[in-house]
Ligand binder design. Structure first.
Ligand code: 2HA
Ligand code: ZN
Length: 271
């Protein structure tokens, strides 16, 4: 059997969480990532691997029954993933309508999947409905997006428009905008359900005073989404206290729509 540590999905996961840590988005055990794997990908590396553990998930997700996920562990530090992936990461298969997670590989110190497993799995369900190509859900704590939720109105249209105005390419990268949740208790099914609902209409969901969720078809796209929103928030935090003399106008945004063949979220730009 091939070594799963050499699998492209594993190598990419390790590189991505290492990069997230390097960006300062994942202090201590902050952040979590889940990647849905095709059964054939898992079979290629773990054919015949037994179930090491059955862990109740605490929720139901029938559409994910039988699906495999590579996921970061609860309490684990992204900083350490590259040195001990088999301890800090796990591969689970959801069964019993999503009520059970079978551990196939990883969490070798007896650990378990991220405390935000409900938000991840419910977000996968929502994003797969919107885009069957979706494979990744990513959560982290980027400083400027977080800072923005203390000083900027949380209205989704206003929040999105401000980010779009901060860098020319924002509207191109996330034309559907950014959805925003108020502060909620993390690690619960409630925040999972609220996040999933917001994921129906956007790939980025801000958790006020906590962080952000991103979703996409691969790790690069998802990382890039968060990276772009965080860059915009950084510019906002640099200029928010200064008189604004110039901006990107809605007319210019419409030129970007035409140039890049994208459509801004309905009603978010003036005609
Ligand atoms: O500790 O980021 O939201 C991991 C988290 C919880
Ligand atoms: Zn968090």
């Amino acid at each position: 059997m091939k070594d799963v540590l050499t699998a492209p999905f594993m190598v990419e996961m390790i590189r991505t969480v290492t990069n997230m840590y390097a960006h300062g988005w994942d202090e201590r055990n902050g952040g979590n990532v889940s990647v849905m794997l095709d059964e054939s990908q898992v079979r290629e590396y773990l054919d015949g691997a037994g179930v090491k553990l059955k862990i109740p998930t605490g929720f139901t997700a029938p559409s994910l029954d039988g699906k495999y996920f590579l996921v970061t562990g609860t309490g684990k530090y992204f900083k350490n993933v590259q040195y001990a992936p088999e301890v800090n990461l796990g591969i689970v298969r959801l069964t019993a309508y999503g009520e059970l997670a079978e551990l196939i590989w990883g969490f070798e110190d007896g650990g378990s999947f991220t405390s935000e497993f409900p938000a991840h799995m419910m977000s996968h369900v929502a994003r797969l409905k919107a885009d069957p190509q979706n494979r990744v859900v990513m959560h982290c704590h980027p400083a400027n997006l977080l800072a923005m939720t203390y000083v900027h109105p949380l209205d989704e249209r206003e929040f999105t428009r401000t980010l779009w105005q901060m860098c020319t390419e924002c509207i191109v990268v996330f034309p559907e905008g950014v959805n925003v949740l108020p502060w909620m208790l993390c690690g619960t099914n409630e925040i999972g359900e609220a996040t999933a609902e917001k994921m129906q209409t956007a790939r980025l969901v801000v958790w006020s005073q906590h962080g952000i969720y991103g979703a996409g078809k691969d790790l690069d796209e998802t990382f890039g989404l968060i990276e772009t929103a965080e860059k915009a928030a950084e510019i906002y935090m640099k200029i928010a206290h200064l008189p604004r003399l110039n901006t990107i106008t809605d007319e210019q945004m419409h030129l970007l729509e035409k140039r890049f063949g994208i459509k801004a979220r309905e009603g978010y730009l003036e005609d």
